[in-house]
Design a protein around this ligand. Structure first.
Ligand code: FCB
Length: 391
């Protein structure tokens, strides 16, 4: 089996605005983090202070030998109140794109990575009747900042965003959460609509190649689970992949598998659970989910825009990623058109409801001084990039 990757393959690492910038006090997540009985274990606070330290972050990526950096824009900074535009925030993101280019890094920019401004949260949210027009306007505002990126993603993981309200309801009712439930169909359809509105604006302006990034999952039938498996895969993957058929590319973010029996989801055994959300440690998921996406969209270029593991054991991060990359190489050899691999994450960061405990980073961040300390896995992934393959 080859462990060499195609010429020009992109090797990078990712961050997302709310998880690293710090001080994003004007978005829905900040509000949810501080609400009474918040499901968030802690506040994002200063996060990794990347709003100020982004140059150091880019230096770490380029210094390791990687050639790609994925980051996201924070809508609540760019449009702090409806219709009020922060030129300074736009300029900040434009400088990140330029900073990538200056260091030989291929920039991949995401317009919306889970967060929305508070004013939008309080006036309809993702499913509100005016949100289509509003995301179209935000996309137009963001254009000057991202026009020199190599790839632009509209929305990060709309298929996971549509699961969040279902999980919220289950938690309120005290039901056991064994894995990802099927997304809320109305939210799925709304988000697909928003992706298309944003795409129209980008395309109309001759922007860089445009797509969305989706959670990709390996689906495993443990016996008698074919029916619930198919229902879950259709709702979570296939309707989103089909909706991406006209796009320039699709991003896949693959961490784990879901197992099914006759009664639906089966929770992974405790000894295979990772630090994040009890997700199963399953490096094989990368190749499997790529094969599936390539079978649904044989003519659309794919990018792995996230893959990684929450672990305190950096040697295991390297072992996990090695196995995942072998599966990716096999999928490419079998015909999948994959253009790059972007690891989640550059930094140990704010992992949403779980706070700072799950460590996905190639680089540790001191919670008080923000000092960055690269782990061995950063240099290791840089070597893979320079070799364009596994040793
Ligand atoms: C993905 C998110 C990303 C990160 C990883 C662990 O679902 O896109 O922000 O939290 O999971």
């Amino acid at each position: 089996m080859t462990t060499q990757f195609p010429d020009g393959f992109l090797w990078g690492t990712a961050t997302a605005a709310h998880q690293v910038e710090g001080g994003n006090v004007n978005n829905d997540h900040w509000e949810m983090e501080h609400a009474p009985h918040s499901p968030f274990v802690e506040s994002s606070g200063d996060a990794c202070d990347s709003w100020n330290r982004w140059e150091e972050d880019l230096d770490l990526v380029a210094g390791a030998g990687l050639n790609t950096y994925r980051f996201s824009l924070e809508w609540s900074r760019i449009e702090p109140e409806e219709g009020e535009v922060s030129r300074a925030a736009l300029d900040h993101y434009r400088r990140i794109v330029d900073g990538c280019r200056d260091r030989g890094l291929t920039p991949i920019a995401t317009l919306v990575h889970f967060t929305m401004p508070r004013w939008l949260m309080h006036d309809g949210g993702w499913t509100g009747p005016k949100t289509g027009d509003r995301i179209a306007r935000f996309t137009e505002l963001a254009l000057p900042a991202v026009k020199d990126a190599a790839y632009v993603a509209t929305i990060n993981e709309p298929n996971l965003m549509a699961v969040q309200p279902v999980i919220g309801g289950m938690a309120r009712r005290g039901e056991e959460i064994k894995g990802l439930p099927v997304p809320d169909q109305a939210v799925s359809e709304a988000l697909i609509g928003l992706h298309h509105r944003s795409t129209e604006v980008l395309r109309g302006a001759g922007s860089p190649p445009t797509g969305m990034t989706l959670v990709g999952i390996e689906y495993i039938d443990e016996g008698g689970g074919a029916e619930p498996l198919q229902a879950a895969r259709t709702a979570m993957m296939d309707q989103f992949l089909t909706a991406a058929a006209g796009d320039d590319w699709v991003g896949l973010q693959i961490y784990t598998a879901q197992r099914f029996g006759p009664d639906g989801l089966i929770a992974p055994p405790a000894d295979r659970q990772t630090l994040a959300h009890g997700m199963e440690r399953r490096p094989e998921a990368l190749g499997a989910a790529i094969n599936h996406a390539a079978s649904v969209l044989p003519d659309t270029p794919l990018l792995v825009t996230e893959n990684g593991i929450a672990t305190a054991d950096d040697a295991d991060r390297i072992a996990f990623t090695t196995d995942a990359l072998r599966g990716l190489a096999a999928a490419i050899e079998a015909g999948a058109d994959v253009r790059g691999y972007v690891h989640w994450s550059l930094l140990d960061n704010f992992e949403w409801m779980l706070g700072f405990a799950p460590t996905f980073g190639l680089v540790a961040v001191d919670r008080e001084t923000f000092v960055r300390t690269p782990k061995p896995s950063l240099a290791w992934l840089g070597e893979v990039a320079k070799r364009n393959g596994l040793a």
